[in-house]
Design a protein around this ligand. Sequence first.
Ligand SMILES: [Zn+2]
Length: 268
Amino acid sequence: MKPFLNETIPSYWFIFRENLLLVEFADDSASIPFYSNLSKLNMSLELNQPIYFGAFETIPCYYFEASNDLEIPKKMSFQSIRKLFGLLNEELLWVAGRAFQLLVWDKNSQYCGRCGNPTELKFDERAKICPECSLLVFPRISPAIIVGIIDQQKKKILLANGTRFPASFYSVLAGFVEPGETLEECVRREVLEEVGIEVNNIRYFGSQSWPFPDSLMIGFLADYATGQIVINPIEINDANWFTADNLPQVPGEISIARKIIDWFVQNY
Ligand SMILES: [Zn+2]
């Protein structure tokens, strides 16, 4: 779809450089620039076509990858989406995540993975098609479970320090879903693999898009059933049971991991 290269019709422009998003700062908040803020930039729109990907509150949204030599106005800068939590309107933050996920998909699906020919955008759905072999390529979404394990008798939650976390940081367990597996089977397998215990009473908590770059986090609660904690040292440095009044350092408010932990604190 053609961009609105028209200053009189507002449109949000999600402009990325590498994995950073261009935002405009005023006082203690950030905003997504409108095209009218950008029209004076020397952007080469011929090289990197802006892509329309939907509307937010009726305002059309485009994403665009900027070249490294793009000169940006003083009050604007490129920032990590995750670091914009609390600075940018939260709904727009997730729109930015969607833009980033689509941009990455767009870059990674320029050629057919089966026969190597250039792909083409389909016009009737969000997908690409190979004109040679008809392979369809949809945006990749990688489902992952995330689970808060509760010991109902001792009123404790299991939290772990993963090998990829900062030293003092503990969170609930998470892992990617394998082909052929149900979400409940994935919960049981991940828990057994990472901390060696068995769980039951698995119930849905909520979900969250996690576009860094393409995860969908599906959150669960589960009850401790049997076993002693035996950590898998490849993935976990330490795992332990914690009461609500004695928690270690936990993830920031943006994540569903934190929402599960906050739910535990409110209810136990
Ligand atoms: Zn092909």
